[in-house]
Ligand binder design. Structure first.
Ligand SMILES: Nc1nc2c(c(=O)[nH]1)N[C@H]1C(S)=C(S)[C@@H](COP(=O)(O)OP(=O)(O)OC[C@H]3O[C@@H](n4cnc5c(=O)[nH]c(N)nc54)[C@H](O)[C@@H]3O)O[C@H]1N2
Ligand SMILES: Nc1nc2c(c(=O)[nH]1)N[C@H]1C(S)=C(S)[C@@H](COP(=O)(O)OP(=O)(O)OC[C@H]3O[C@@H](n4cnc5c(=O)[nH]c(N)nc54)[C@H](O)[C@@H]3O)O[C@H]1N2
Ligand SMILES: [Mo]
Length: 700
């Protein structure tokens, strides 16, 4: 029997594609994008096209496991579900009895963006128990904190309206890799004559398709935004009328901008002043200008300040007046009024508890001073063994004998390797979920297409069973998946738009608003209390931050003393064919990515006697990893890169995160992955005939 089932790509990516799965005799045989979807328009990316390989992969976890060897040895024994749930419940109860509930750390992130499998019953259970709260900072916390004080939630122009822009700045985002469907709208504008500019320290494939590339020094974006605004002021090109109507705190910034111009910005950014002036002139004369800010630029010490400054640049020009003008980072703020946060239902008692910043996991698991120390760790939808900073310390923590670890997973990841109990979870083909998006304005329902593979269970069912084993009977801990979907849509806004479970079951997806083709902020209407965009924020002074937008230098990137020991700034961005560490164990994906590689400029390679294909070690005071070297003709001297989230256990036990710091950015407690100084040393030269496959830089 053959049928087609509507679903959603679950991955942590702005595009949240609507997909359809063809099922034949109970097996998913084909997957394709929905052609009628206005944003994703029928195409799936190179990695998700192969999602079914991951579903049916021979290394998929299909039975619960318990550890039999030493931690991290990778020796496990198959057990049944009752024993697996019993072991975890017993470890949690013992931890509560001996050390208190705060000695439990639930650790989760966005392995799925689904509201049901990602952000519901697990959080409810651990909050209800009084376990430590997790501050989920690992990805966009600096951006979020900056936008919280500026517009309260991430909003901005509709991403589809970028077609109307005449000048587009792609700022700190490699869209062709990490938000590929947005490129369609930018390319359409480009074909209509729009000028498209990439602002990125790396020669990405996206930058190669832009009309201009400002290859600035990492972590200097705040200075660039300030310099551009200084020129706007000098040219009398600030939209004083819009600023007066729709913002607060412009006069304070205007005064500061007298000190900023393109010459000052160019010097800080390591750019040619003519190039920066050229951009300033274009911004002064081109309406609408649209800015798409990525997250790469906020993984630096001054990332929050940079995000504020760039957002304010879009206000100073008055571009929010125009359809397709203004600044867009994420669309997630649009979903808040339409949907319900499932993590904290009003009728579930949630005792107060301490909070641990997930980006500081290395410290949380190893520091002496924790009170109480973490003695039980439950991990789902994330793989910190590969993706958290300061990996050497993370691994030391995961190896602790007095730490019980349960991991809910699809595969035996760098984290599951250290688990005491591994619980096999269903994939998107096998469970119900509903998906907002951080890159467009559609809600997507995912229907299960096939029965669970092996004995896999949905995260939600695992947490229901765990609650039962712990004697927790509150009904909000036992809601069914369908009840959770209905709770998610239980808002007046959703009802007004007839966005219901029944309708989504028919249509698959639904637009959450009708903003496409409008200028949503032509008269303010930001989600702030007064509807205005906040330029100067006096309350920031209480947190030791500058109330007026400005430039905050990075930590390691801008440290000239540190640069003498660790001369290269190492950026570790998203790879086109992985999604963080997801897929990074699959042969088909690894075939496309090649082995872990560090990319160097020709001068930096020559100075170290490094040729393409050589084996090298990338190191700093925190740790080291080994990989191949590649040379990119357009890499900037002093700036290297190596893609994030290759599996450490498939390499020499470490990946790029052996070098990245546990150090909070200026805002939001965010990590600073790209603010990382290293040295690269030659280990072994490739014999000319060895023919090692070197990963392609950022090719198509
Ligand atoms: N294919 C694929 N897609 C993904 C992901 C993936 O792993 N693979 N990851 C997903 C996730 S979790 C996220 S958060 C997003 C991330 O996607 P992006 O927002 O694109 O973030 P990054 O890949 O960290 O960096 C983007 C770009 O920022 C540049 N950059 C680094 N430092 C600076 C700087 O100081 N200034 C400027 N101007 N640019 C800088 C990098 O060189 C890179 O080209 O993508 C999502 N989509
Ligand atoms: N060096 C460096 N490190 C980085 C970054 C960087 O730029 N540079 N970027 C950071 C960013 S932006 C992010 S968002 C983080 C992301 O890092 P992680 O949150 O660790 O993301 P993934 O590596 O994709 O791991 C997600 C895991 O969830 C599992 N999973 C998916 N769906 C389900 C499910 O339904 N149930 C269960 N039980 N498991 C599921 C997948 O199998 C996968 O192993 O990495 C960060 N790490
Ligand atoms: Mo992320």
């Amino acid at each position: 029997m053959k049928r087609t089932v509507n679903g959603a790509c679950p991955l942590d990516c702005p595009d949240t594609c609507a997909w359809q799965i063809e099922v034949e005799d109970g097996r998913a045989v084909r997957m394709r994008g929905r052609k009628d979807h206005p944003y994703t328009r029928g195409s799936l990316c190179g990695k998700v096209n192969r999602y079914l390989d991951a579903v049916y992969a021979p290394d998929r976890l299909t039975v619960p496991l318990r550890r039999v060897g030493a931690k991290g040895d990778g020796r496990f024994q198959e057990i049944d579900w009752d024993e697996a749930i019993g072991l975890t419940a017993a470890a949690l109860q013992t931890t509560i009895d001996r050390h208190g509930a705060e000695a439990i750390l639930p650790y989760y992130y966005a392995g799925t963006l689904g509201a049901v499998q990602g952000w519901s019953l697990g959080q409810r259970l651990f909050k209800h128990l009084g376990a430590t709260e997790l501050d989920t900072t690992i990805c966009d916390a600096a951006a979020y904190a900056a936008l919280r004080v500026t517009t309260h939630r991430p909003v901005g122009p509709d991403p589809e309206d970028f077609v109307h822009a005449r000048l587009i700045l792609v700022w700190g985002a490699n869209l062709l890799s990490s938000n590929m469907h947005q490129w369609h709208f930018i390319h359409a504008a480009q074909q209509n004559g729009a000028h498209v500019v990439a602002i990125d320290p790396l020669p990405t494939d996206t930058a190669a398709r832009c009309d201009q590339h400002l290859q600035l020094l990492p972590g200097t974006d705040g200075a660039l935004a300030m310099g551009l605004m200084g020129e706007l002021l000098a040219a009398g090109a600030c939209d004083e009328e819009w600023l007066a109507e729709c913002t607060v705190g412009w006069p304070e910034l205007r005064e500061r901008l007298a000190d900023w111009n393109t010459a000052r910005a160019a010097e800080i950014c390591g750019l040619d002043v003519g190039e920066v002036q050229g951009l300033a002139d274009r911004i002064i004369t081109t309406r609408p200008t649209a800015i798409r800010m990525g997250l790469g630029l906020q993984r630096h010490g001054g990332g929050g300040a940079a995000y504020r400054a760039i957002t304010v640049l879009g206000a100073v020009t008055g571009d929010f007046r125009h359809v397709g003008g203004g600044v867009l980072a994420e669309t997630s703020g649009r979903f808040d009024p339409v949907t319900v946060d499932l993590k904290e239902p009003a009728d579930l008692p949630l005792p107060p508890a301490r909070t641990i910043n997930m980006s500081r996991l290395a410290e949380a698991l190893t520091a002496e001073a924790q009170d109480p120390a973490v003695h039980a760790l439950v991990v789902w939808n994330t793989n910190p063994g590969a993706t958290a900073p300061d990996q050497v310390r993370v691994q030391r923590g995961l190896r602790r004998d007095d730490l019980h670890i349960t991991v809910l997973e699809h595969r035996l990841t760098d984290t599951a390797l250290f688990a005491d109990v591994v619980l096999p979870a269903t994939m998107q083909t096998e469970h119900l979920d509903i998906h907002p998006s951080y890159g467009h304005h559609y809600l997507t329902l995912n229907l299960p297409a096939i029965d669970p593979v092996g004995q896999c269970l949905p995260n939600t069912e695992i947490f229901r069973r765990l609650a039962t084993a712990l004697g927790q009977t509150h009904p909000r801990l036992h809601d069914s998946d369908e009840e959770l979907v209905r709770q998610f849509l239980d808002t007046d806004e959703a009802r007004e738009r007839d966005i219901t479970f029944e309708r989504l079951r028919e249509t698959g997806y639904a637009a959450i608003d009708d903003r496409t083709g409008t200028a949503p902020h032509a008269h303010g209407d930001f989600p702030t209390s007064d509807g205005r965009l906040h330029i100067t924020v006096p309350a920031l002074a209480d947190a030791g931050l500058d109330p007026i937008p400005g430039y905050t230098p990075s930590f390691e990137g801008a440290d000239t003393v540190l640069a003498q020991r660790w001369p290269l700034i190492l950026i570790s961005p998203a790879h086109r064919f992985f999604l963080n560490s997801t897929f990074a164990d699959l042969p088909g994906h690894l075939h496309m990515t090649g082995a872990p590689t560090v990319f160097l400029s020709p001068n930096d390679a020559a100075a170290r006697g490094i040729e393409p294909g050589d084996q090298v070690e990338v190191a700093n005071d925190r740790g080291a990893f080994r990989c191949l070297a590649a040379i990119h003709p357009h890499a900037r001297d002093g700036v290297a890169w190596s893609y994030k989230a290759y599996w450490a256990k498939d390499g020499d036990g470490n990946n790029v995160n052996a070098t990245t710091p546990v150090r909070d950015a200026d805002m939001g407690g965010a990590p600073t992955f790209h603010d990382n100084r290293v040295e690269v040393a030659l280990l072994r030269q490739t014999a000319p005939a060895a023919g090692i496959a070197v990963a392609e830089a950022v090719g198509d």
